[in-house]
Write a protein that binds this ligand. Sequence first.
Ligand code: FAD
Length: 324
Amino acid sequence: MYNYIIIGQGLAGTILSYHLLKQGKKVIVLNHYNPKCSSYIAAGIFSPITGQRVTKIANYEQVIPYAHILYKEIESLLNSQFFHVKPYIKLNVKEKIAHYTQARLADPEYQHLITPFAHKLGSKRVNGIAIKQAGYLDIPIMLNAYRAYLNDLGCYKEEQFNEDHLVVHGNSITYKDIKAERIVFCNGFNAKDNGFFNHLNFNPTKGELITIRMKKDMDSIISGNVFLLPIGNNLFHVGATYERNYQHDQPTQEGRNWLINELSLILDEPYEIIDHKAGIRPTTFGHQPFIGWHKEYDNVGVFSGFGSKGASLIPFYAKRFSDS
Ligand SMILES: Cc1cc2nc3c(=O)[nH]c(=O)nc-3n(C[C@H](O)[C@H](O)[C@H](O)COP(=O)(O)OP(=O)(O)OC[C@H]3O[C@@H](n4cnc5c(N)ncnc54)[C@H](O)[C@@H]3O)c2cc1C
């Protein structure tokens, strides 16, 4: 008898199951490994300030420090390195961005999080801000190491969950030969496909990302309309497109061209493109995640909908959900 069945081992299922195991709960994670899921495509940038409006994320003063603590803790448990703190530069490449960075620089509520920054681009200087407490998480490294850890504990099963085999009783769950007290869906935007949560307003968005190599290396994350994220060995991720009405989940020439064009506003170095990927983010219409228990079946839960901010939000909300 398990306390929890967790469906999905993307970033959400990983961090939620970590908290539950830490509390001494008996957990089994059922996951269909898919290197094309959002967590494997994501750049993994975390930051207290995001978006074109250069806005603080909700509860940033708890969310971001807790993410730092948790990722370091999991790094040490797994003896692996995937958490990288880096300055995050937002450049005024568009009038709208300039408007918001200026407003934030003048706002006392933002001053401890940002400093003015001037970036040299060829013969020009482009102004902007440097955001503190930011960086990136190499999510694939983390998920692969954590899956090996779960396997060693006997808590992982490679399995495509099929609702036809799920029976929910008053205070227990049966899935095939597995019995548990509770089940939580952490399967990204696929959570909308199950009969318990198909009423939730997911609004999945497609994102494309290219990886480039160049001679020059950098230490900061630089962004305008797109980000240029240094991941070591002269490699950089550049992303991301944001498409609501997509026809398929594959990379496109239009996406690639848009990224190249936007990149030219923040980079004047020669580079070669070595990879191009696409994934579907578990975004929601209200831009808020879905966390909680089913109204009628209070042992069936959902923990998803973290959109483009999973690396920042998931640690804090996993802790709150697992403590509840
Ligand atoms: C191009 C791009 C760039 C991004 N950049 C960033 C970024 O810089 N920073 C950031 O914070 N976020 C970013 N994101 C978003 C980020 O990927 C998500 O917020 C986060 O990874 C979502 O994690 P998840 O675990 O909820 O979902 P997923 O990553 O989708 O994981 C769901 C897991 O469940 C499994 N699964 C699904 N259905 C089943 C089933 N029936 N049975 C068993 N297993 C199942 C899947 O295979 C997968 O392993 C980006 C996304 C994209 C596409």
